[in-house]
Design a protein around this ligand. Structure first.
Ligand code: MN9
Length: 289
């Protein structure tokens, strides 16, 4: 379960339905061209929180059918509707997903006891492993070291997708838990994550820039952080331009420019502005995406 994982983009049509053929193409591009080690399915990048339960199940089906056992598969099932999280967790477990992941419950200011009970319930009901999805910038939930102690005391909690920029906390977590899986969640900070000893990375831009990100990881593994930093500079030139144009819209547009049907984003997210298409074409050309 170590290595580079793509947070999978999901192609939608104008009605907001999943484009199955496009989704299969996106999966294949990740496996065959970006050469990632695994896919993180139905995360933020997959616009998961905008989808119906049926759509989420359909995506789990198609991705497993297309990827088979070629790469590791992590199913993000988190929802503030705990019954839905359990239902999806059972579903993905039945399909053979290697691990579940669940975002910390958000919107209501849940107590830590409530958050812990949420994870314990999903694990007990599904019997599968769990990777905590910590993304405080979007959920408002920060997990303290004592709280990680409590969550990690369950052997089924195998790790955390750490989408945060507190590298002191990350270093302490690594030191304290050498055997849990820690995934770096911000692609633009991959080199810092690697320096902190993460086991892997999960991110949206690996859909289009997987090879360059892999290079960063390899250089770090060889303790060549100077050169890794140079490649991170390049990756961040790409990420900066993507963020300026809108993250998910632009990632999809990059794939569309390359002839992979990544469809469009789902409302209420706005669509990519077609008058900016030439900027995406230039980006693809400049960075050989
Ligand atoms: O989960 C992604 N987070 C979100 C990982 O999309 C909220 C990242 O891959 C970011 O999209 C990326 C750009 O900021 O680092």
């Amino acid at each position: 379960m170590k290595g580079l994982f793509t947070a999978l983009l999901i192609p939608f049509d104008e009605e907001g339905d999943v484009k199955e053929a496009g989704l299969r193409q996106v999966v294949r591009n990740n496996i065959d061209v970006q050469k990632v080690d695994g896919l993180y399915v139905n995360g933020s990048t997959g616009e998961n929180f905008l989808l119906s339960t049926d759509q989420k199940k359909f995506i789990f089906d198609i991705v497993k059918d297309e990827a088979g056992d070629e790469v590791k598969l992590i199913a993000q099932v988190g929802s503030i509707n705990l019954e839905e999280a359990v239902e999806l967790g059972k579903y993905a477990t039945g399909l053979g997903y290697d691990s579940l992941s669940a975002v910390t419950p958000f919107y209501y200011p849940f107590s830590f006891e409530e958050i812990r009970d949420y994870y314990e319930t999903i694990i007990a009901e599904t019997g599968n492993n769990m990777i905590i999805y910590a993304i405080p910038a979007l959920t408002g939930v920060s997990i303290s070291m004592e709280q990680f102690d409590a969550l990690f005391s369950n052997d089924k909690v195998i790790g955390v997708k750490y989408t945060d920029n507190d590298f002191f906390a990350l270093e302490r977590l690594r030191r304290r838990y050498p055997d849990k899986l820690i995934y770096s969640g911000f692609d633009e900070m991959l080199v810092y994550g690697m320096l902190s000893g993460v086991d892997g990375a999960i991110g949206s831009t690996y859909n289009v820039n997987g090879r360059r990100s892999r290079r960063i990881m390899e250089l770090c593994e060889q303790n060549n952080f100077i050169e890794a930093f140079e490649v991170q500079h390049e990756a961040n030139d790409v990420i900066e331009r993507i963020l300026e144009l809108g993250i998910y819209q632009t990632l999809k547009e990059i794939l569309n420019v390359k002839g992979i049907d990544a469809g469009t984003t789902k409302k209420p997210l706005s669509k990519f502005d077609p008058s900016k298409r030439h900027k995406v074409e230039q980006l693809v050309k400049d960075f050989e995406l």
